[in-house]
Design a protein around this ligand. Structure first.
Ligand code: FES
Length: 113
């Protein structure tokens, strides 16, 4: 029988894809959708997706808009502020695949909304 606290996925990454129409900062204005799509296909092509492995999910606003675009990985609760596809590739290879945090992309701890 499965342990009650066992994890269905080894790691779960959530991308904020929130779009604001009022001119306030939002991740959608920084190519968040493109980064999400890239991450999803990269994880899949590397054979990392599925139960016991990695799940890539969309999220609404994670309330850290000032640091956007952001993504967060659980269970480590590590927040990333990325810029481009190379950053996503590094997060996939280093953190999602090998469990090594990408220090250079960490979201500054004081940045919220
Ligand atoms: S809009 Fe992305 S964290 Fe708020």
């Amino acid at each position: 029988m499965t342990q009650p606290n066992s994890s269905y996925y080894e790691r779960h990454i959530f991308f904020c894809l929130n779009k604001r129409e009022n001119g306030e900062a939002c991740c959608a204005d920084h190519n968040a959708q493109e980064a999400f799509d890239h991450c999803k296909s990269r994880v899949k092509s590397q054979g990392l997706s599925g139960p016991g492995k990695v799940r890539v999910n969309k999220a609404g606003c994670l309330d850290r808009c000032a640091a956007g675009p952001v993504a967060v990985i659980y269970p480590e609760a590590v927040w990333y502020s990325y810029v481009d596809k190379n950053d996503i590739d590094e997060i996939v290879e280093s953190h999602l695949k090998n469990g090594r945090v990408v220090e250079r992309l960490l979201t500054p701890p004081h940045l919220g909304r």
